[in-house]
Design a protein around this ligand. Sequence first.
Ligand code: SAH
Ligand code: SF4
Ligand code: F3S
Length: 446
Amino acid sequence: MRPQPPIITAPKTYRVKSYGCQMNVYDGERMSEVLAARGIVPAGEGEDADLVVLNTCHIREKAAEKTYSDIGRLAAAGREKGRSPLIAVAGCVAQAEGEEIMARAPAVSIVVGPQAYHRLPEMLDKAAKGERATDTDMPAIAKFDALPERRKRSPSAFLTVQEGCDKFCTYCVVPYTRGAEISRPFSHLVAEAGKLVEQGAKEITLLGQNVNAWAGEDEKGRAAGLGGLIRRLAAIDGLERIRYTTSHPNDMADDLIAAHGEVDKLMPYLHLPVQAGSDRVLKAMNRQHTAESYLKIIEKFRAVRPDIAISGDFIVGFPGESEAEFAETLSIVDEVRYAQCFSFKYSPRPGTPAATLEGQIAPEAMAERLHRLQTRLAEHQHAFNRASEGKACTILIDRKGRNPGQWLGKSPWLQSVWIDAPAAIGDMVSVTLAEAGPNSLRGVPA
Ligand code: SAH
Ligand code: SF4
Ligand code: F3S
């Protein structure tokens, strides 16, 4: 093995690189706040950071592999410069493969799981002494209580309300990397949301692996579900928009559906993954719902909010999936007419029951099915966008457009809308939607 250059043990600057889901983005922000509280500042653009936190994702093989290629790249750059950044691996790969990372990658000093990152300061103390530190505990005391106050300034913010998963879909690593389902207390969430709004958030997206499993007690001690929490958050002055993701069909309460008909700030958008259209495949996935029970839920949402945009996740090529079963996935796509979706080739994950099932599908067949599915999903997305032409709505500006003078924002239905008019990030602009493309629309300011 090539010699290891000296590692920076007293970092002054940091960079957090988050992969995977929105919860990892949220965790990345919270880790930044932990580091900032210790006086470590973000590295400037294009500048090497003294401390690099790789906030990793284990969901599919490709995602997990990025961890090792990133470590390799950082280690090589370190050798070239004669001093290596302090590398911390966080997130779901850290949880799943912490020991392996420490064994394989001497350039890594810290391995910290998704439930332990509030202990980063102690781990940095160890690193300062030149020691390596691993923490992949899932402590009973929630990390949230130990984290510093929110400092994130952004018009659109994430807020984790629920974490973990007890569902054990047979293909999925999340129950192992994130642990059991927990709900954060109502009062803490109201307080954190208030802080985010104080710092400029106009939109808050509530996050959870099964966000609609959130349960708690409201200020009067009454049992509340996600619908109740949303109603309370809607009372926060200055908060304009509320979203939530990801929901599970089996945790869908009528009160949450009803909230879509009553709470103006709750956006007309629902991300409700179904994964597959065949009941046999759904059973083998241990989804514990059928295509029909899923469709019933969608129907209920459309009854209270006819314009609701539906989005979902799909897996093609689950072990044993026949051509006829795949065709049932295409059918459910046509039935729901999704506004937007994420779709993936099945990736066998170590330690999950599906990885050892008979009938693993050949990669070429999976690629071909994914292509057919994505073509169909794109048609529906374009149709949804076309049906929006002529609608008046507000967009929340979140970035500059490609051409000078252009700005991009999100419609209530989470479509990307661009305008050719003066604006700034965080502005709420009234527009009429015009000219729908497959992935975006033009907005004409009112
Ligand atoms: N808790 C959410 C999201 C979990 S991960 C839910 O239940 O819907 C996000 C998506 O990744 C899943 O919805 C699924 O479509 C996909 N996914 C999970 N494991 C996978 C695997 N082994 N191979 C391919 N896709 C997978
Ligand atoms: Fe994974 Fe299923 Fe849990 Fe979603 S519900 S996180 S897909 S095990
Ligand atoms: Fe990935 Fe972990 Fe999220 S595996 S999708 S980062 S919960």
